[in-house]
Design a protein around this ligand. Structure first.
Ligand SMILES: NC(=O)c1ccc[n+]([C@@H]2O[C@H](COP(=O)([O-])OP(=O)(O)OC[C@H]3O[C@@H](n4cnc5c(N)ncnc54)[C@H](OP(=O)(O)O)[C@@H]3O)[C@@H](O)[C@H]2O)c1
Length: 252
C-alpha cells in the first residue's frame, strides 16, 4: 500500500479523501490542513507539514500556491513523491516544484482528469494541422469561488495550441521548403465565474466560414480526485523528475 498524505482541506482535498476510502492501492495516513474540517474522516490530522509525524510515500496537494511551495520543499526533504493539482502558480512556485523534482518524482498538473489530458493532445494536433490560418480562443467557466483566471487548464491548453502550431509550421517548412509562417498569433482568453460550475473549457479554432470547437466539461470533482490517485500510484514508481499527465498517460 502506498502511504498517502493529503495536503489541504478544501473542495478538492476533501474529494480526494472521499475517493481514497475506496481505493485499494493507496492508504490514507494523514491530513495536513491549517484548519480541521468538521467532516474530517477517521485520519490523523496535522496543522502543518512541519508537525506531520507519519511515514509516507506520496503527498497529494490541492491547496493554493503557498501550499504547493511548502509541499514541494517538504516532499524533497522527506523523500516523498508529490502530486500537486494546485493552480495559479507563479514563477517561484514552479521553481520550488522543479527544484523538488531533482530529489523526488513530482507531477504537477492544472487538470488531472483523463479527459482533459486527451483534449490537450487533440488541441496540439488540431493547431499543428490548421496552422496560422485559424484564430484560437479559449473560454473557461468555473464556480464563483475560483481565484485564478484564466484557469490553469486554459493556460495549459493555450501552451499546447501554440506548441502544435509551431510544430506544424516546422513540418510544413520541412515538407514544402516554403515560408514557415512562424507568427504565433495570440490565443484569446475569456473566463466566466458563476454558480457552482465544476469546470468547462472550450477551445475554438475560427477560420473563414468554418469553426471547430472542442469542449470538455467536468461534471463532478471526482474526475480530478480519481486522476490524482491514479497519477500518484504511477508516480511513486518513477525516478526523481518533473512529470506531466502526458507522461503518466503516455499521450503526446
Ligand atoms: N488539477 C486539477 O485537476 C484541479 C481541479 C480542481 C481544482 N484545482 C485547483 O486546486 C486548488 C484547490 O482547489 P479547491 O477548490 O479545493 O480550493 P479551496 O476549496 O479554496 O481549498 C483550498 C485549500 O487550500 C488551503 N490552503 C490555502 N493556502 C494554503 C497554504 N499556504 N498552505 C496550506 N494550505 C493552504 C486552504 O486552507 P484554509 O482553509 O486553512 O485557508 C484550503 O484547505 C486550486 O488551486 C484549484 O484551482 C485543480
Amino acid at each position: 500500500m502506498i502511504r498517502t498524505v493529503v495536503h489541504g482541506a478544501g473542495r478538492m482535498a476533501r474529494s480526494v479523501l472521499a475517493q481514497l476510502s475506496g481505493y485499494d492501492k493507496l492508504e490514507p495516513v494523514a491530513l495536513v490542513s491549517r484548519t480541521l474540517p468538521d467532516d474530517c474522516p477517521g485520519i490523523d490530522w496535522f496543522a502543518s507539514l512541519e508537525e506531520l509525524q507519519s511515514d509516507a510515500d506520496l503527498l497529494i496537494d490541492f491547496t493554493l500556491p503557498g501550499g504547493a511551495r511548502a509541499a514541494a520543499r517538504w516532499c524533497a526533504a522527506n523523500n516523498v513523491a508529490l502530486v500537486s493539482g494546485t493552480t495559479g502558480l507563479v514563477d517561484k512556485d514552479i521553481e520550488a516544484l522543479k527544484s523538488a523534482s531533482r530529489e523526488v518524482p513530482v507531477l504537477w498538473a492544472p487538470n488531472l482528469s483523463h479527459g482533459v489530458a486527451l483534449v490537450t493532445a487533440l488541441v496540439r494536433q488540431a493547431a499543428a494541422a490548421l496552422g496560422v490560418g485559424a484564430e484560437i480562443s479559449i473560454n473557461d467557466v468555473h464556480h464563483r469561488h475560483k481565484l485564478d483566471a484564466p484557469s490553469g487548464t486554459a493556460l495549459a491548453l493555450a501552451g499546447a495550441a501554440l506548441e502544435g502550431r509551431l510544430l506544424g509550421s516546422q513540418s510544413r517548412l520541412d515538407g514544402e521548403g516554403s515560408s514557415p509562417g512562424t507568427e504565433d498569433g495570440d490565443v484569446a482568453f475569456s473566463s466566466v465565474r458563476e454558480g457552482e460550475v465544476i469546470g468547462e473549457h472550450t477551445i475554438s479554432f475560427t477560420m473563414p466560414n468554418e469553426l471547430i470547437e472542442i469542449t470538455h466539461k467536468a461534471l463532478d470533482r471526482t474526475v480530478f480526485a480519481k486522476g490524482a490517485l491514479k497519477a500518484g500510484e504511477w508516480l511513486v514508481g518513477q525516478k526523481p523528475g518533473y512529470y506531466s499527465t502526458s507522461d503518466w498517460l503516455g499521450l503526446d
